[in-house]
Design a protein around this ligand. Structure first.
Ligand SMILES: NC(=O)c1ccc[n+]([C@@H]2O[C@H](COP(=O)([O-])OP(=O)(O)OC[C@H]3O[C@@H](n4cnc5c(N)ncnc54)[C@H](O)[C@@H]3O)[C@@H](O)[C@H]2O)c1
Length: 246
């Protein structure tokens, strides 16, 4: 028996990076795991995969119904899927603002409202939202992205208050720059990938990027029934970026 034995967890964005590492961590700790992603390249043995775009309410409701029917309920929801955006306040048009908000913020609302009846029925219900250090610290050239992640932080507190009486704990994780396909894509698009990578490492007080597995461990700990008194918190996993001056 491990801490998540008998519980069912759903991870959005579970096909890549932090979400994929989280799905494996939750499974390793005994949970039945389902991932929800808009593209699922390789299926992982023992992990249920539902293809859904979290900007599409019909997709989301169908995925939740499919998972709940297969596993007999849902106890844990990890709202992790997200997309990036570069630029200062002037650099993105209205359509881009709406597109990124639709995934990073409204996507959490769609997933959570579809999963709520199942979470309310669970004795060990927990939600973990993936925010970012960009939601609480000013990073240059990330206005739109940071705004969405600040919204995720605010939404986490509001959800935690609303669903306290339902017995659903709600917390968020705020990662620093993590070594995932997301960052690899960012480097691939850079004119000077080596320099960009060195700058990203240098921004982290530890001098290296955070690993997806380190974030997954923290997410699973917040989701675990052993964290029964932890709700309405945002846990940074950022190598010291937010709080250290070294
Ligand atoms: N990598 C970092 O440095 C970093 C730092 C802080 C926060 N984050 C956050 O962590 C989360 C995961 O990032 P990652 O680095 O693992 O990224 P990633 O690009 O490796 O994985 C993101 C996954 O989300 C899925 N996804 C995107 N839009 C979707 C949609 N509309 N519907 C369904 N699935 C969708 C993608 O298909 C992909 O599998 C994101 O919310 C991101 O903002 C990442």
């Amino acid at each position: 028996m491990t801490d998540l034995t008998g519980l069912t967890a759903v991870v959005t964005g579970g096909a890549s990076g932090i979400g994929a590492a989280t799905a494996l961590e939750l499974k390793g700790r005994g949970a039945r795991v389902a991932i929800v992603d808009r593209s699922i390249p390789d299926s992982v043995e023992g992990i249920f995969a539902a293809t859904a775009d979290i900007t599409n309410d019909d997709d989301v409701r169908a995925a939740i119904a499919e998972i709940a029917a297969a596993y007999g309920g849902i106890d844990i929801l990890i709202n992790n899927a997200g997309i990036g955006a570069a630029g200062d306040i002037a650099e993105n048009d209205d359509a881009e603002w709406h597109r990124v908000y639709d995934v990073n913020v409204v996507g959490i609302a769609r997933m959570t409202r579809a999963a709520l009846p199942h979470l309310r029925a669970s004795d060990n219900a927990a939600i973990v939202n993936t925010a970012s250090v960009a939601g609480t610290s000013g990073l240059r050239n990330r206005a739109l992205y940071s705004a969405t992640k600040g919204a995720v932080v605010a939404l986490t507190y509001a959800m935690a208050a609303d669903h306290l009486a339902d017995g659903i704990r709600v917390n968020a994780i705020a990662p620093g720059t993590a070594d995932t396909p997301w960052v690899q894509r960012l480097l691939a698009a850079s004119d000077a990938p080596e320099e960009t990578a060195a700058n990203l490492r240098a921004r982290q007080p530890m001098g290296r990027l955070v690993t997806a597995e380190e974030i997954a461990f923290a997410i699973a700990n917040l989701a675990s029934p052993r964290a029964a008194s932890t709700t309405g918190t945002v846990l940074t996993v950022d190598g010291g970026l937010t709080t250290l001056r070294v």
